[in-house]
Design a binder for this molecule. Structure first.
Ligand code: AMP
Length: 329
């Protein structure tokens, strides 16, 4: 079975964009592939977080992913910093990676621009740590967003270069993987194109019913349909996207017809979306609360995930050491 490895950035709570755009696919993938997910806490050190935030955010994310349906028996979840083998591979990969190519990575240039007083070596070698995360499991596929394509290219370069230097086909070149043929973009409800933390327009999986209803009812709209069968402006199309994601095809068709014959009332449309989203989010939120209060279970899941990942990485690193010429005890 092909191996799929994906990292999760420990940045804040999951929102509907994360859920519909990524996590739902992870849940479906775990049945078809040998998946492993990790919480990228080493990567977060580039911005020097406080110790208590590191531990809390790992537990927060773990609780949310479990509540969404990731089954750690099928797809182990581990915390990156629990698997020290990664660092050894990171060192080897850094020895084969050139300053110029790391400096050309767009995400590095962007971050260097955003935090000019903290352009540290970890920021520069972010792509080689990411490559070590995946290559240590000799994974074939990595589910990634568009922003990660260049880092994926670096990862393949690391694999290829290692294989070439030692004249051995050892690392597979991991491929970008889109579980759904077309990437789903969850829009913002504030008229912006995308729901996202930095946009401040998110509906979170931890939001209560009242908050969800309030956020949906505040969605930006216009004066309503003016002519039969007209094209929908972007803000209205965004609402229909939510309908497509959260409601049944019959409901979508009902409102689509109302739009087309100019009898659509946005209040009704929003109420429908709000109720359908509440029905999706409420059971997940309840599970998040349950998991969050069970830190013993969360720590057990992380420990088992770490054991699994460590074993997988250690097998690879033993081979890597032999290939490079180091001793293996
Ligand atoms: P982020 O929380 O921005 O790091 O996003 C993590 C992942 O969630 C991304 O790589 C995407 O796959 C997914 N994602 C985030 N926001 C959206 C969105 N508005 N629509 C679809 N997918 C999203």
């Amino acid at each position: 079975m092909e191996k799929v490895v994906s990292g999760i950035r420990p940045t804040g709570n999951l929102h509907l964009g994360n859920y519909f755009g990524a996590v739902k696919s992870f849940v479906a993938m775990q049945a078809q592939y040998q998946c492993m997910f990790f919480i990228a806490d080493w990567h977060s050190l580039t911005t020097h977080p406080k110790p208590e935030n590191i531990q809390n955010s790992a537990r927060t994310i773990l609780a949310e992913y479990l509540a969404c349906g990731i089954d750690p028996q099928k797809a182990p979840i581990y915390v990156q910093s629990d698997v020290k083998e990664t660092l050894e591979l990171y060192l080897y990969l850094n020895m084969n990676t050139y300053l110029g190519e790391l400096e050309r990575v767009t995400t590095f240039k962007e971050k260097a621009r955003k935090q000019p007083d903290n352009v540290n070596a970890g920021l520069l070698t972010y792509p080689t740590l990411m490559a070590a995360d995946v290559l240590q499991h000799r994974a074939h596929k990595v589910p990634v967003g568009k922003d990660q394509e260049q880092n994926m290219e670096m990862m393949r370069k690391c694999a290829r270069r290692f294989n070439n230097i030692y004249g051995i086909e050892f690392f597979p070149e991991p491929q970008n993987f889109y579980f759904n043929a077309t990437a789903l973009k969850v829009p913002g409800l504030d008229g912006s194109g995308k729901m996202g933390k930095s946009e401040g327009n998110c509906i979170y999986l931890r939001d209560d019913d009242k908050t969800i209803r309030k956020k949906v009812m505040k969605a930006v709209t216009d004066n309503g349909p003016q002519e039969p069968n007209s094209q929908r402006p972007e803000v209205i199309e965004n609402l229909f996207t939510f309908l497509k994601i959260a409601s049944t095809p019959d409901t979508y068709q009902y409102f689509d017809e109302k739009w087309n014959d100019c009898t659509l009332r946005y209040g009704d449309l929003k109420k429908q979306i709000a109720e359908d989203l509440v029905n999706i989010v409420a059971p997940i939120r309840e599970k998040i609360e349950e998991y969050s209060s069970n830190t013993t279970l969360l720590d057990k899941v992380a420990k088992e995930g770490a054991d699994h990942a460590r074993q997988s990485a250690a097998e690879t690193l033993n081979e890597v050491r032999k290939i490079i010429g180091f001793r293996v005890y």
